[in-house]
Design a protein around this ligand. Structure first.
Ligand code: FES
Ligand SMILES: [Fe+2]
Length: 413
């Protein structure tokens, strides 16, 4: 499968962040952006309240990085070979992801160049996109092919009204788009992440389930919650207190790091002496051998990974499952989180009883965070809010995320 190159991008010239800063209405926000300086993770504090509540901040985020960095939009299995498509929306940017007649992956703004209706809905197979408003027709390469009742329009050039393309690329099965006119390759933003997880053989996993969760929470609070382990034994005490998940008894052994565009957390899998005595590496690490990805190296077998990749992609990965996150801001105080369940491509891993176990386990973990985060949103919005300090050992990912965010908003990136 190929990725489209030479795509046409029709867009206004880029606006420098500092130009936008000059037009900021809220003097508190303008002052914060102008005076912000990086601090050590040993001294850092959380954002002021308006960073989580302000409509102006949300609109800046939409224009300065959701529209201009690589964002995760979906899994390759949502396409079904040549002539297939799916639609999505991230940060209120409707998108159309297409595999064209040649099997080339393409992405477009799902906005008709006539009068802005979505040219496609849902997902499926087709040879043409026919806009549901006035029936302009586009081929799968985004070219305008049919324009009813335009014979009398003077000097009409169909090529000037093609679908508005965005850059698209993949990390294994994961599809990312970048709506900037010009951008660095996805590989530059990913940095060393693909090398670190190559041994998972991500292309082989099967996407077996997805669920959209909605929360009255600013999207940053959700990302921050996923980029720290401080809360885990408290918020997730139900799973910490049982033997059903691999992170049981591992809290003091967690290792984490935050650099480049990501936070990475390694949670060792506990082993018992009887399990070790089995002589099987999977059993030694608490897994049923028939349910895990085969031939994993010891370092991936020995622990779970929590990863948070700027700005909206994350996962919980272990030898028997990968839960992939799409974090989709829908307003200053509203977020959709899509979780996708991936399992190894074996009959046992895809058996209904195994899927039910994995879906109910992680759904409960998600609900525990979902119960708490709207209360945190109310807290930051209250007159009693003060920006608190981060744990130097447990919250380095929150510090790195806030640093990245401020580097973008203040024009340092
Ligand atoms: S808005 Fe699409 S044809 Fe009019
Ligand atoms: Fe959590």
């Amino acid at each position: 499968m190929a990725i489209a190159d030479g795509i046409s991008i029709i867009r206004d010239s880029q606006i420098h962040p500092l130009t936008i800063q000059n037009s900021i209405q809220d003097p508190n926000l303008a002052g914060y952006l102008n005076t912000w300086q990086p601090t050590s993770y040993r001294q850092s504090k959380s954002f002021p309240a308006f960073m989580y509540t302000s409509e102006e901040v949300y609109q800046l985020e939409r224009s300065l990085f959701f529209g201009k960095t690589w964002i995760y939009v979906g899994h390759i299995s949502q396409l079904n070979g040549a002539n297939s498509y799916f639609t999505t929306s991230i940060a209120e940017m409707p998108l159309l992801i297409v595999m064209d007649r040649q099997g080339i992956l393409r992405a477009f703004h799902n906005v008709c160049p006539h009068r802005a209706a979505p040219v496609a809905v849902g997902s499926g197979q087709c040879n043409r996109f026919i806009c549901p408003y006035h029936a302009w027709t586009f081929d799968l390469e985004g070219n305008l092919r049919g324009v009813p009742n335009f014979e009398a329009y003077e000097d009409f050039h169909a090529a000037e009204h093609n679908l508005n393309a965005v850059h698209v690329d993949r990390w294994g099965p994961f599809i990312f788009v970048n709506a900037a006119a010009e951008c660095e390759p996805l590989a530059a933003q990913l940095n060393e992440l693909p090398d670190l997880f190559n041994a998972y053989r991500l292309d082989e996993w099967k996407r077996v389930h997805s669920m959209d969760y909605y929360t009255d929470t600013n999207w940053k609070l959700y990302v921050e919650n996923n980029a720290e382990n401080y809360h885990e034994p408290i918020v997730h005490k139900s799973s910490y207190s049982t033997n059903e998940v691999s992170w049981n008894n591992s809290y003091d052994l967690i290792q984490c790091e935050a650099r480049h565009y990501y936070y990475l957390q390694h949670t060792p899998h506990p082993t018992s002496s009887s399990e070790q005595a089995s002589g099987d590496a999977a059993i030694a690490h608490g897994f049923k051998p028939e349910l895990i990805q085969s031939d994993l190296p010891e370092h991936l077998m020995a622990g779970s990974s929590i990863m948070s990749f700027w700005p909206n992609f994350a996962w919980i990965a272990c030898p028997e499952s990968i839960i992939v996150y799409t974090i989709d801001p829908q307003g200053a105080g509203r977020t959709r989180i899509r979780w996708e369940w991936l399992v190894p491509n074996t009959e046992a891993a895809q058996a209904p009883e195994n899927l039910e176990r994995l879906i109910s386990l992680y759904d409960r973990v998600q609900q525990e965070d979902m119960d708490l985060l709207p209360l945190v949103q109310k807290g930051v919005a209250s007159p009693g809010y003060v920006a608190g300090p981060f744990s130097p050992s447990r919250e380095v990912g929150v510090h790195r995320f806030q640093e990245l965010l401020m580097e973008h908003l203040s024009g340092r990136r």
